[in-house]
Design a protein around this ligand. Structure first.
Ligand SMILES: O=C(O)CCC(=O)C(=O)O
Length: 358
């Protein structure tokens, strides 16, 4: 085995560019050393590079091997570090929880729903809290959405399928995906607790939303920010990125730099939200992210998020207020209040955390 400095891989269709410093070892058949990275790229990117499948690498955010369901201390350490530095990570080898065939089927369902004639989509309507079809808005003129409020509730899933007039195969996929994705979210939440030494099933009964997005990118929008910089309100979000169309960018918490989250099929992105930042007493950061238009084509994403229960008070569990983390960083707040504060003060990019400082 030999080690090389710096690796470049092709980015599109699963090939991702990365810079590597010294820890990645490759076989003797490794490609020749790559050209130097372009100026302006951040050195921090290199630390997190991971080879996730034969011949494929990810650039940041960190990639975490879920080892088909088993946890181990090394994985736990990386997971917690990723939440502290990025508030975001990719997972791979998660296929026993969420098989790739199911993610592909779900993407197909999303595409076919967006392909419905505009009148049919509008007729579906949008029922609060957010279920059904949401057309583009003045703030997000290029994005349309389908949403289901709580995938952990079989009646909610059934109601959504009825609302969109899902065919039997579509319904079957949505039901299967909702169950699998909810289990995966709960498993990741469990591992985050485990990594911080917190015991108990803390998130039972918390709603878990599903949203599907289509970005209608146009030649005029290339280079523009299509979805403004924001953090998620909930605890964590599982994001099935577009397999080939880039655009998502995340901010590194330490450097404040945005980096592209290039498409990397076979991986799923996990974002930490404001709720988790408060719950972890500031150990985790909520990731600032945005969507840029990079090419004039449609981009699809499927996003599922563990929200908070409306009346539930968000505060650190006792284990996180033991030495050396005695000081409570944020005032306890209900999930509903957190949402109101974000909305009323237009604090959508993590500023609400400053407002809540104890
Ligand atoms: O569509 C994406 O890739 C990101 C969506 C997102 O960040 C959001 O809806 O909060």
């Amino acid at each position: 085995m030999g080690s090389i400095n710096g690796v470049w891989s092709k980015c599109k269709a699963g090939w991702t560019r990365l810079r590597e410093v010294s820890s990645l070892t490759l076989s003797k058949k490794s490609p020749p050393p790559p050209p130097p990275p372009p100026p302006g790229d951040s050195q921090i990117n290199a630390r997190w590079a991971v080879r996730v499948e034969s011949g494929r690498y990810t650039s940041p955010p960190p990639a975490i091997d879920l080892q088909d369901g088993r946890s181990n201390p090394e994985m736990s350490r990386k997971l917690i570090e990723a939440c502290e530095e990025w508030g975001c990570f990719r997972v791979y080898n998660h296929h026993s929880l969420l098989p790739p065939s199911l993610t592909a089927e779900m993407k197909e369902v999303a595409r076919s729903l967006f392909d419905l004639p505009p009148e049919a989509k509008t007729k579906i309507g949008f029922v609060p809290p957010f279920s059904g079809y949401g057309r583009s808005t003045p703030e997000n003129p290029l994005r349309e959405a389908f949403g289901l409020y709580d995938i952990s509730s079989p009646p909610d899933v059934e109601a959504f399928c009825a609302q969109i007039h899902a065919s039997d195969p579509q319904r079957e996929t949505i039901v299967k995906y909702a169950k699998a994705v909810h289990e995966m979210i709960m498993e990741i939440a469990r591992r985050l607790c485990e990594g911080l030494g917190v015991k108990g099933e803390l998130f039972e009964g918390w709603p878990c939303a599903l949203r599907m997005f289509k970005y209608n990118f146009t030649p005029d929008s290339i280079g523009s920010c299509v979805l403004k910089t924001h953090t998620d309100t909930g605890f964590l979000t599982l994001l099935q990125n577009d397999e080939s169309v880039g655009g998502l960018e995340i901010m590194n918490n330490k450097s404040g730099e945005f980096v592209s989250v290039d498409p990397c099929p076979g991986t799923i992105l996990i974002n930490i939200g404001d709720t988790a930042a408060i719950w972890s007493n500031g150990r985790f950061c909520s990731v600032k992210h945005r969507v840029m238009c990079k090419e004039a084509t449609d981009r699809f994403s499927v996003v599922s998020g563990l929200l908070g229960r409306g009346d539930c008070v968000i505060q650190p569990p006792p284990e996180l207020l033991e030495p050396p983390h005695l000081r409570r960083l944020y005032v306890p707040v209900t999930y509903n209040r957190l949402r109101e504060l974000r909305r009323d003060n237009k604090m959508h990019a993590g500023e609400v955390l400053d407002l809540l400082r104890a």
